[in-house]
Design a protein around this ligand. Sequence first.
Ligand code: IPE
Ligand code: IPE
Ligand code: MG
Length: 249
Amino acid sequence: MTVQSTKLEYLPSDLKKELLPKHVAVIMDGNGRWAIGRGLPRIMGHKQGVNILKDLLRCCQDWGIKALTVYAFSTENWGRPKEEVEFLMTLFGGVLRQELGEMLQENVKISFVGNLQALPNALQSEISRSMEETKHNRGIYFNVATNYGGREEILQACRAIAKKVDQGIIQPSEIDQAIFEHHLYTAPNCDPDLIIRTSGEMRLSNFLLWQLAYSEIYFTETLWPDFDRSEFKKALSAYQQRERRFGKV
Ligand code: IPE
Ligand code: IPE
Ligand code: MG
């Protein structure tokens, strides 16, 4: 099964353009269960997950959502069986190679967030190339969290800031939220307005711990490979019903 939608689809009339999130983040979970439920090996779930992601990216563009950040591989996912980890690394590289032309054409600016130096060299090359070639695109900001961990991100920001303090570049009293954010992997992106997690799990699993402080959270039982446009529309409708108060009344 693949998902294909090549023509522009307008925002459904029951969604309000002015109430759309600017930045959506997704914990794409449930690939393994999707495959096992069909009597397939887990990796088939990851393959279908990629097809669903491609369509979600296109959907965000069609509907006018400016930024999409997805969790592709966590710092904890190295603990999976070697074959699955290797499959994922090869899959990511292959997808990047295959999709780069289309991303260029569709004005996608792709970025990777996470500890990228620990990824296989072949994947690092694909990542650098895709980021370099799409860096001037402004149609949609597409951020892929790969070997990403929120705690590690915060720690590396602390280390970088501590080094600058040590060198006399920053005074401890100057360290504020803006400076801190500037040292996160996700700089200079704004925080996600909406975070979606599929597959019925209700946890953050070390994703964007700093950035999600005031994001609206949407959980769904739907497994990631089944998360199509109609599921995304449900998440956006739920978001549009929310009242964001940011601690005020
Ligand atoms: C999410 O799906 C994809 C990655 C973590 C790479 P899972 O592989 O976690 O699927 P389940 O949770 O085992 O069903
Ligand atoms: C979170 O899913 C990581 C990604 C989606 C890449 P996991 O499946 O790894 O999370 P846990 O282990 O259920 O918390
Ligand atoms: Mg999972």
